[in-house]
Design a protein around this ligand. Structure first.
Ligand code: 5AD
Ligand code: SF4
Length: 442
C-alpha cells in the first residue's frame, strides 16, 4: 500500500531571515516525505517559526499557541513544534509552560526536525537548541512557494552585540555561506523564472568567504542575469565599504535601495547601544552614498525610549531623520530582552513617553515620505509587477527599483513583467499611476 504523505502546517513570524529559514525547514521535511498544507485542520504536524526580538513579538506567538493547543485537544495525535528565536531563548521553559508543545527547536538544529517529529509521533517530547559555529545550511535548497521573488540567506548569526538585541544569543555567531553555492542558487532562481532575489543576513556587509567580501558577492550575483533584480539587507553602517557603494552604483540590476538602520540620532545613546558610529559618521556615510549612487533610496530602523533617553536625545533622532530624508523607517519602542547588556540598564523611559516619542518619529517620517513621494508625480518609473493589488481586482501592484510600492490599472502585462508607470498621485506609503504603453512582457 502507498504510504500517504504526512502534512505539515508551518506559520512564520518575524524577519525575512525567518521566512528564509522556514523554506529551509520545508525543504528538509519535504526530503523526509512531508508535504506542506495551508489548512491547519488537516495537518499532522503544526510548526511555528518564532521571533524573540521584542516582547510583543513573543506575545503574538503565545496567542497563536493558544489556538494550537485547541487543535491538539481535538486531535491529540497532532505534533506541535516551536521553532526559531523564541525556541532558542526559552528552551526548556517552553516545554514546561506549554504542556501541549511536543518540540522546541532552535535555528541551528533544523536538520534534526524529521527525527524529532518521528519521536514525537511515538509520544516523546524533544528539544534541540544548540547553537553552531558552522551550520549554515549551505547545501539545502530552500523549498520556495513564490515563483517571482526569492529570499536567499547568505549568512547566519551576528557578532555585533548591539546592547538591546537578542539576536546574537538566539541566532548565534556570524558565519557565511560559500560564494559558489550562493551564486549557483542565484543561477537556479534565474533559470526557474524568478525576477528578484534579496540576499539576506543580519549584517550582510560583513559577509566573507575567504578573500571574497560582500561587494564581490553582490557583483557576482548581479552578473548572473542582468534582468534579475538583486536586493540585500540588512546593512550595518560600520561595514558599508566604499567598494560596496561603488558596486551598487555600477550595476544596473542591483536595486538602488539600502536598509541602513541608525537606531538613534544621539551619540550618547549610540554609544550605550554599542553601535560603533557617531551620528556625524553616519551622516557622512549617507552623504557619500547619495553622492555616489544618485537616486538611492534609504530606509532605517529606529528605537524610541532606550534606557536613559532624554528629550534632547529624542530631538537629535528627529533631526537626523529630517536631515537624511529616509524613504521609509521601521520604528520600535524599546523592549528589554533578557541576556542582553541593556537588560542590566534600568528601563527608565515611561511607557507613555516611549509611545509619544515613537508617534513623533512616525509623524515626521510620514511627512517626509509624503513629500518625497509627491516629488515623483509626473515621473515614469519601471515597476516589477508582483500581482493583483490587495485593494482592487482591476489594479496591479509592484515595486520600483527603489522599493516603492506602485498601484496601477492592469491594462496589459502580468505578474513578473516590468512595466513603465507614470505616477499621477501618491500618499506617504504608495504611488499610483498609469501604464505608459502596453509593452511586451519581460
Ligand atoms: N527593542 C526594540 N527594538 C529592537 N530591535 C532589536 N532589538 C530591539 C529591542 N530590544 C529593532 C532594531 C533592529 C530591528 C530589527 O529591531 O531597530 O534594527
Ligand atoms: Fe541585532 Fe545589532 Fe546584530 Fe542587528 S547588528 S542583529 S541589531 S546585534
Amino acid at each position: 500500500m502507498m504510504k500517504t504523505k504526512k502534512l505539515v502546517f508551518l506559520e512564520t513570524y518575524g524577519c525575512q531571515m525567518n521566512l528564509a529559514d522556514s523554506e529551509i525547514v520545508l525543504s528538509l521535511l519535504d526530503k523526509s516525505g512531508y508535504s506542506r498544507t495551508e489548512s491547519i485542520g488537516s495537518a499532522d504536524v503544526i510548526l511555528v517559526n518564532t521571533c524573540a526580538v521584542r516582547e510583543n513579538a513573543e506575545q503574538r506567538v503565545y496567542g497563536r499557541l493558544g489556538d494550537f493547543s485547541r487543535y491538539k485537544k481535538e486531535n491529540p495525535a497532532v505534533v506541535v513544534g516551536v521553532l526559531g528565536c523564541m525556541a532558542e531563548r526559552l528552551r526548556k521553559e517552553l516545554l514546561e509552560s506549554e504542556s501541549f508543545v511536543d518540540l522546541v527547536v532552535g535555528p541551528d538544529e533544523y536538520r534534526k526536525l524529521p527525527a524529532l517529529i518521528d519521536a514525537a509521533i511515538e509520544g516523546e517530547r524533544g528539544i534541540a537548541v544548540k547553537l553552531s559555529r558552522i551550520e549554515n545550511y549551505d547545501d539545502i535548497v530552500p523549498l520556495r512557494t513564490d515563483g517571482l521573488i526569492a529570499w536567499l540567506s547568505i549568512m547566519r548569526g551576528c557578532d555585533k552585540f548591539c546592547t538591546f538585541c537578542v539576536v546574537p544569543f538566539t541566532r548565534g555567531r556570524e558565519r557565511s555561506r560559500t560564494l559558489v553555492n550562493i551564486v549557483r542558487e542565484v543561477e537556479q532562481l534565474s533559470r526557474s523564472g524568478f525576477k528578484e532575489v534579496t540576499l539576506l543576513g543580519q549584517n550582510v556587509n560583513s559577509y566573507r568567504d575567504g578573500e571574497n567580501d560582500f561587494a564581490f558577492l553582490l557583483a557576482s550575483a548581479a552578473a548572473v542575469d542582468r534582468s534579475l533584480r538583486i536586493r540585500f539587507m540588512t546593512s550595518h553602517p560600520q561595514d558599508m565599504s566604499d567598494a560596496l557603494i561603488r558596486t551598487i552604483a555600477e550595476n544596473e540590476n542591483i536595486c538602488s535601495y539600502i536598509h541602513l538602520p541608525v537606531q538613534s540620532g544621539s551619540d550618547r545613546i549610540l554609544e550605550l547601544m554599542n553601535r560603533s558610529y557617531t551620528a556625524d559618521q553616519y551622516r557622512s556615510l549617507v552623504k557619500k552614498i547619495k553622492a555616489t549612487i544618485p537616486g538611492i533610496a534609504l530606509s532605517t530602523d529606529i528605537i524610541a525610549g532606550f534606557p536613559t533617553e532624554t528629550e534632547d536625545d529624542h530631538r537629535k533622532t528627529l533631526e537626523l531623520i529630517r536631515e537624511v530624508e529616509y524613504d521609509g523607517a521601521y520604528t520600535f519602542k524599546y523592549s528589554p530582552r533578557e541576556n542582553t547588556k541593556a537588560w542590566q540598564m534600568t528601563d527608565d523611559v515611561p511607557e507613555e513617553t516611549k509611545l509619544r516619542r515613537l508617534n513623533e518619529i512616525i509623524d515626521v517620517q510620514r511627512s517626509i515620505s509624503l513629500h518625497t513621494n509627491r516629488s515623483l508625480i509626473g515621473i515614469t518609473m519601471e515597476v516589477l509587477v508582483e500581482g493583483t493589488s490587495k485593494k482592487s481586482e482591476s489594479d496591479f501592484c509592484g515595486r520600483t527599483d527603489t522599493n516603492k510600492m506602485v498601484v496601477f490599472p492592469k491594462n496589459g502585462g502580468a505578474a513578473g513583467s516590468y512595466r513603465q508607470v507614470k505616477i499621477d498621485h501618491v500618499n506617504s506609503a504608495t504611488l499610483f499611476g498609469l501604464q505608459l504603453h502596453a509593452a511586451a512582457n519581460g
